[in-house]
Design a protein around this ligand. Structure first.
Ligand SMILES: C[S@@+](CC[C@H](N)C(=O)[O-])C[C@H]1O[C@@H](n2cnc3c(N)ncnc32)[C@H](O)[C@@H]1O
Length: 157
């Protein structure tokens, strides 16, 4: 199974990018992983929040193949412990899915169209993180999950 993390807009902070790269590189030892950044929507100044979400939603859905499992990162989604999340990933791998796609919304979240296509929602906390910082937290948690599955000494209960 391939895991893709889809997000809108390039990561503005070099420090953040470096940390994301670090975990992305570590993850490559365990699974085929790709972080794909969808270019920012242009002329957002002339768009309402709802219009921006719609356009971002269209761009997101264009990237999804019919056989992908689409899972949204969302404050109101299901919460896991890191061990539970590792078991969740193991089950997805066992289920024969070709590609698991985690999607991070833009600054205003997801359009209704994206919600309606999603097979699940995962929350990393009840608090809201910036759409850029959450990238790092997702990559780190996926990495952590694989170290748990491999019994490696990264995670401590
Ligand atoms: C700034 S937040 C958008 C917040 C907006 N209130 C909403 O309704 O989604 C941007 C994106 O970051 C992700 N995000 C932020 N906090 C999160 C959390 N605690 N758990 C999971 N994803 C989160 C989500 O993908 C969200 O769409």
């Amino acid at each position: 199974m391939t895991i893709k993390l889809l997000a809108i807009g390039k990561t503005d902070s070099n420090n953040l990018s470096q940390l994301i790269d670090e975990y992305e590189n570590r993850l490559k030892h365990y699974v085929k992983f790709e972080l794909e950044l969808i270019p920012d929507i242009k002329n957002t100044k002339n768009l309402s929040e709802a219009q921006q979400k719609e356009k971002e939603g269209e761009a997101i859905l264009k990237k999804i193949n019919p056989t992908d499992a689409l899972i949204l990162l969302d404050e109101n989604g299901k919460q896991f412990t890191s061990v539970d999340f590792s078991n969740y990933l193991q089950k997805k791998m066992n289920s024969g899915i070709k590609q698991l796609v985690f999607v991070i919304g833009g600054p205003y979240g997801f359009s209704a169209a994206v919600y309606s296509k999603a097979q699940g929602k995962i929350s990393l906390s009840k608090m809201t993180f910036s759409h850029q910082m959450i990238r790092l937290f997702v990559v780190e948690q996926v990495y952590r999950a694989f170290t748990i599955l491999k019994n490696e000494p990264y995670h401590h209960q």
